[in-house]
Write a protein that binds this ligand. Structure first.
Ligand code: SF4
Ligand code: SF4
Ligand code: SF4
Length: 414
């Protein structure tokens, strides 16, 4: 980890990866790279959202003919009535520009705590220990879906990865749920990191999408991609610090005919569920069709990975509800095991704890982890069960072995 006040930085490997991914598209690589880095600076509190909007607005219009980025702070500056009116008469963009230029939008407080770049496992880094429960941290009205994943319980069986692939029909190599097995300096045993999309409350991926395809669903905080308007620019992919996006290059392995409409269209009638079509971006949806009741009332508040895990490692639910499964599990863990070195004698105090991945990036992930946090020295190794063993392909590991980061494209190759 770098010093506490170090600004967010991107090393040569990361820049090279971004460039490689963006070069594969027909859109402006330089614009994508600059925006991806600045979007992460916005979430880290180093850059004002209004400045971010203004800086790229003209270039986005030039490249894409529209600018529909989801910029919450900026949009909050417009009254709801004004927003509707502006959207109707086509002046939203002008009004936002005025707002961004105005003096009335205060600079966001700099909250960045560190520029940790522990990328030993690709996109995985060490993170600060968690403090308050999800409910205490977030509070808030309505539903905010999230997870507590207890890594101490995980045995690396990959059942969650298989269940996710089967339920969503994702293509070869696009493992929306991904389990890393790694070794670390401080620990004798192998460790696991179970990593779906973090459904960040302050997500860089939504800030860069020029057409508004990548968005946060208001009713429950799910971060989704509207496949019908995604143009495949990959800007979201390079802006995500967690490496959870998979671009669908070719025709998907699972044809449309095998996916019921009900599993594709959500309550708002937007196509956000199941695997993406050719040319669109995919990632974990927190099983949006389950949450909308399309798989039956009893599946609401559950996910395929959680259901498949026989080790009780994954707990999904509403983080705004203190009684929900993720909050309850977290509380139980904290009261019974926190810093219990008799149970985990080889672990240092700070590792017998809870954490959020790359919390210092300011993304406010909606996944809490219990157990060891990977250090900067973590090394990915072959797991007890390989992806091949369960009929899947792990292209990510090959990428890592070649010295690149985890955020490599999945799905079919062009
Ligand atoms: S983890 Fe998910 S929500 Fe967060 S930035 Fe990446 S893709 Fe977006
Ligand atoms: S969701 Fe689609 S259009 Fe939006 S940034 Fe990602 S790839 Fe580009
Ligand atoms: S199913 Fe559970 S135990 Fe198996 S790899 Fe996934 S989280 Fe770990």
């Amino acid at each position: 980890m770098t010093g506490d006040d170090a600004p967010i930085s991107f090393d040569d490997d990361e820049e090279e990866r971004m460039e490689r991914l963006l070069d594969d598209t027909e859109y402006d690589t330089e614009l994508g790279m600059e925006m991806a880095k600045d979007a992460q600076r916005v979430t880290a509190g180093e850059l004002n959202e209004a400045e971010f909007y203004r800086k790229y607005h003209e270039r986005i219009l030039e490249e894409f003919g529209e600018d529909d980025r989801e910029l919450d702070e900026l949009l909050e500056g417009l009254e709801a009535d004004t927003l509707d009116e502006a959207a109707e008469d086509g002046t939203l963009s002008d009004r936002l520009t005025d707002l961004a230029d105005g003096e009335d939008l205060s600079r966001r407080e700099v909250m960045k705590k560190g520029g940790a770049a522990a990328l030993a496992l690709g996109m995985i880094t060490s993170a600060g220990g968690g403090g308050a429960s999800a409910a205490e941290e977030g509070g808030g009205d309505g539903t905010r879906y999230g997870m507590t994943i207890n890594l101490n319980n995980c045995d690396g069986c990959l059942a969650c990865v298989v269940a996710c692939q089967e339920e969503h029909g994702t293509s070869r190599g696009a493992n929306w749920m991904y389990v890393f097995t790694y070794e670390d300096d401080d620990q004798d045993d192998e460790n696991f990191l179970v990593r779906p999309c973090q459904h960040c409350t302050d997500s860089p991926c939504t800030k860069v999408c020029p057409v508004g395809a990548r968005h946060t669903r208001e009713q429950d905080g799910l971060v989704l991609t509207d496949y019908e308007i995604c143009i495949g620019c990959r800007y979201c992919e390079v802006s995500c610090p967690y490496g959870v996006n998979y671009f669908q290059w070719g025709e998907p392995d699972t044809p449309d005919s095998e996916i019921d409409d009900a599993h594709q269209y959500d309550e708002r009638d937007r196509w956000v569920g199941a695997r993406p079509p050719k040319g669109a971006m995919g990632k974990c949806t927190f099983c949006v069709d389950r949450q909308d009741g399309q798989m039956g009332e009893d599946k609401i508040g559950t996910t395929a990975c959680e259901e498949a895990c026989a080790m009780d490692a994954i707990h999904f639910g509403d983080l705004n509800d203190p009684e929900s499964a993720p909050n309850q599990h977290l509380e139980q863990y904290r009261s019974s095991q926190e810093n219990d070195t008799s149970t985990f004698p080889d672990r240092k105090d700070h590792t017998v704890s809870t954490f959020k991945l790359m919390e210092e990036r300011g993304t406010n992930p909606n996944i809490h982890y219990v157990g060891n946090e990977p250090s900067q020295h973590a090394r990915q190794v072959e797991g007890p069960v390989t992806y091949e063993d369960v009929g899947l392909v792990d292209e990510r590991k090959e990428v890592l072995d070649n010295g690149a980061m985890a955020n490599e494209s999945g799905g079919e190759s062009a």
